[in-house]
Design a protein around this ligand. Sequence first.
Ligand SMILES: [Zn+2]
Length: 97
Amino acid sequence: MNFKIKKYQELRKRVYRRDNYKCVSCGWQPPDIPEDYNGRYALYDYNYSRCLEIDHIQPQSKGGTNCMDNLQTLCSKCNMSKGAKEVDLWQDHKRKA
Ligand SMILES: [Zn+2]
């Protein structure tokens, strides 16, 4: 197995576990959390098309790293709205400039 993928899986497992398998923003939690969860797949709720995702607090594009301190658990919904917010901020910044 690719080392990078394996490392990512390990990180995902650790970040999810640290955050108690919950979105740190809204508290959403997937209905089924396997006891032997190994980070190989996203934790998904198919009924609501929502899953847990790993978010970089400081985006990688701005020099954010893959260390635990820079990673948090977000659900796909919050992660999406966070992305939108970043775009808004960027537009505000552009307008003022
Ligand atoms: Zn959420």
